[in-house]
Design a protein. Structure first.
Length: 136
């Protein structure tokens, strides 16, 4: 167990950051749509962007700070995966509103969030922060 504590700790930190990111996303989205009556898709772009900025700051300074050297490639891949996740989120929200006729912006966001979270996690795990294979 002691041998794997670093990985377990990192996994827990990654999940804590994810919870905080989701909170930032939901808070900003709710303020934009509920208080300012912004349209749901632009509001989602802004709220998701706030969560991505928070994610990069917390993950690079806390979760992965000792294990990784930052690079332009890594930052670019991080942004690409988050852009893909945002597109997934927007697509699910669009389907909820226009195909399934769900009128609640909040409910559409609740449905879209776990789908985009799964895409984001898998992309970060297997692409952005994947362990590099040694060349023989």
């Amino acid at each position: 167990m002691k041998k794997h504590w670093g990985t377990i700790k990192q996994f827990l930190q990654f999940n804590i950051v994810g919870i905080v990111n989701t909170g930032v996303d939901f808070l900003v989205y709710t303020l934009l749509t509920g208080l300012l009556h912004a349209a749901y898709l632009p509001a989602k772009v802004v709220s998701y962007t706030c969560g991505v900025i928070n994610s990069y700051i917390l993950n690079s300074r806390w979760t992965f700070k000792k294990e990784r050297k930052r690079s332009g490639r890594e930052a670019g891949l991080f942004l690409l995966i988050n852009l893909v996740s945002l597109c997934v989120s927007l697509s699910v929200m669009y389907l909820c509103r226009n195909v399934f006729e769900i009128e609640s912006d909040f409910l559409c966001n609740i449905i879209a969030t776990p789908v985009s979270m799964a895409v984001n996690f898998l992309g970060n795990k297997f692409i952005v922060f994947a362990e590099k294979k040694e060349k023989n």
